[in-house]
Write a protein that binds this ligand. Structure first.
Ligand code: ATP
Ligand code: MG
Length: 395
C-alpha cells in the first residue's frame, strides 16, 4: 500500500482553548523538524482540528514512521487514504481496493467503524458501517466479520472536508510537543544517564539546552565529540540542542590544589551546577536537569544531593532519581544513546577522583573548604563562562 497521507493523532487532555493552538502549532513545528532530514516530500497540514502529513512524491515509509514516532505529543500515526469522492459507491470501491491490498488475500476478520462528522451525510453511522461491511464481504472472500475482536479495524470518517479511510494505528511516544512547557538546561556528560534524563524532560514539552564541562588535556577531544554525538541523538527527539561547552580545567585544578581530596567531587559538582545555572539564566532557562539517581555513586547520596542542590536557585529536575542503573540502560538502548554512551572515552579526569570520596558531606564543612578558593575562583568562573564554545547539535 502506497500511502500519500498520515493522520497524526494527539492527546487532547488539558489541551483546550488557547492552549490547544499552542500545542498544535508546537506539534506542527516538531513534526517539521523531525521530517526535515528525510527531504522535502512532506507537507504538514493543520485542518479542522486535525494534523496530517501529506506526501508529495517518493518517500521512505519506514523512515517516515520512525521519524514521526520520535515526535513527543504524537499519540498515534494512522496511514490514511484521503478520498474526495463522497458517493457511497466511490467509498465502497476504494474500501474494497484498500482491504484487498492490505490483506493480500490472507484470511482476516474485520469490522467497519464509521464516524459521521458531516451530519448532512445520509444514513446513521451504524447503517453506513453495515452496508459497507456487506459490500466488503461480497467483494473479498478472504474476509469475515468479527464484531468483538476484529484483526482489521477499518475506520471510515465522513468529514465535511473529505473522507478518510484507515486501518492502521501506529503508536507514537505520547508526551507533550517540545516548546509547550518552558526551557531547561541539561547538564550533559558523556555517560549513560544524562541523555536519558534529557529525553524524559523533553518528553514533557520542555525545550532543552545543554552544558558540558570538559577538562582538556585531561579529557580528550574524542570525549568532547562523544558528547556532541549524544546531543545530536537527543536532538532527534528534543529538536536542535544548543550545547554549551565549558572549559573546566583550571577550576578543577584550583579545587584540587586547595580543597581536601575527599571533597573534590562534591565541590566540583557544586561549581558545575553554579555555572550551568548562570548559563541557563542567560538563555531563558527556568530549570536545570541532571541524570542523578539516589545512591548511584558517592556524589549522589541524599546528603551529597543536598550539597549540590544548595548552590542552585532554579529548580533542579532529576527524572532518574528513583531508577536502577538497569532501568536507565534499557531506556538508553531504546532511545538509541547507549552505544555512544559506553564508548570508552573518559568523561571525567581520573586524577581528580578521590579513592574515598565523602558520601555524607557536611554542608558547613564543604562551605568552609570552598572559602579556600576565595582568591581566584570568581575570576576562573568568569573566564570559563567567557570562553564557552556553543555548538548547535541537530539530528
Ligand atoms: P552520567 O551517566 O550522566 O554521566 P554519572 O553516573 O556519571 O552520570 P555523575 O558523574 O555523578 O554521574 O554526574 C551526575 C550528573 O551530573 C550527570 O548525570 C550529569 O547531569 C552531570 N554531569 C556530570 N559530569 C558532567 C560533565 N562533565 N558535564 C556536564 N554535566 C555533568
Ligand atoms: Mg558521568
Amino acid at each position: 500500500m502506497e500511502y500519500k497521507s498520515f493522520l497524526i493523532k494527539y492527546g487532547e487532555i488539558g489541551v483546550k482553548g488557547k492552549n490547544r493552538y499552542k500545542f498544535e502549532d508546537a506539534l506542527v513545528r516538531q513534526l517539521g523538524l523531525a521530517l526535515k532530514p528525510l527531504g522535502s516530500a512532506f507537507h504538514i497540514v493543520k485542518e479542522h482540528g486535525r494534523i496530517y502529513v501529506d506526501m508529495d512524491g517518493a518517500y521512505d515509509y519506514e523512515d517516515t514512521i520512525a521519524a514521526l514516532q520520535r515526535v513527543f505529543g504524537v499519540v498515534s500515526i494512522c496511514p490514511v487514504l484521503r478520498l474526495t469522492e463522497r458517493s457511497e459507491d466511490a467509498i465502497a470501491a476504494e474500501a474494497v481496493r484498500f482491504l484487498r491490498e492490505i490483506t493480500a488475500g490472507e484470511a482476516k476478520s474485520f469490522k467497519v467503524f464509521t464516524r459521521r462528522i458531516d451530519k448532512n451525510y445520509p444514513g446513521t453511522s451504524e447503517e453506513i458501517s453495515a452496508s459497507l461491511g456487506a459490500v466488503l464481504l461480497d467483494a473479498c472472500p478472504n474476509l469475515h466479520v468479527d464484531v468483538r475482536n476484529p484483526e482489521i479495524r477499518l475506520n471510515l470518517e465522513i468529514r465535511n472536508e473529505g473522507i478518510l479511510l484507515y486501518a492502521l494505528s501506529i503508536p507514537g511516544p505520547g508526551g507533550m510537543p517540545v516548546g509547550t512547557a518552558g526551557h531547561a538546561m541539561l547538564l550533559l556528560s558523556g555517560g549513560i544517564d544524562s541523555p536519558v534524563a534529557g529525553y524524559m524532560i523533553a518528553k514533557r514539552g520542555v525545550q532543552l539546552e545543554a552544558t558540558y564541562f570538559h577538562a582538556p588535556p585531561y579529557t580528550s577531544e574524542r570525549a568532547k565529540q562523544k558528547v556532541v554525538d549524544l546531543a545530536r541523538i537527543l536532538a532527534r527527539y528534543a529538536g536542535p540542542v544548543r550545547l554549551h561547552i565549558v572549559n573546566f580545567t583550571d577550576i578543577q585544578l584550583y579545587i584540587y590544589e586547595k580543597c581536601p581530596r575527599e571533597e573534590l567531587t562534591i565541590i566540583m559538582r557544586r561549581y558545575m551546577m553554579r555555572i550551568a545555572e548562570t548559563i541557563a539564566k542567560k538563555n531563558k532557562g527556568m530549570a536545570l536537569v541532571t541524570g542523578e539517581s539516589i545512591g548511584q555513586v558517592a556524589s549522589q547520596t541524599v546528603p551529597s544531593l543536598l550539597s549540590t542542590n544548595e548552590v542552585c536557585t532554579l529548580p533542579v529536575f532529576r527524572p532518574l532519581i528513583g531508577f536502577d542503573k538497569q532501568e536507565i540502560i534499557e531506556r538508553a538502548e531504546k532511545m538509541g544513546s547507549y552505544e555512544t554512551s559506553i564508548l570508552p572515552f573518559e568523561d571525567c579526569c581520573t586524577i581528580f577522583v578521590a579513592k574515598h570520596p565523602v558520601t555524607n558531606p557536611e554542608l558547613s564543612r564543604i562551605k568552609k573548604s570552598e572559602e579556600k578558593l576565595a582568591e581566584r575562583i570568581e575570576e576562573l568562573v568568569e573566564t570559563a563562562l567567557r570562553t564557552e564554545e556553543i555548538v548547535l547539535c541537530e539530528a
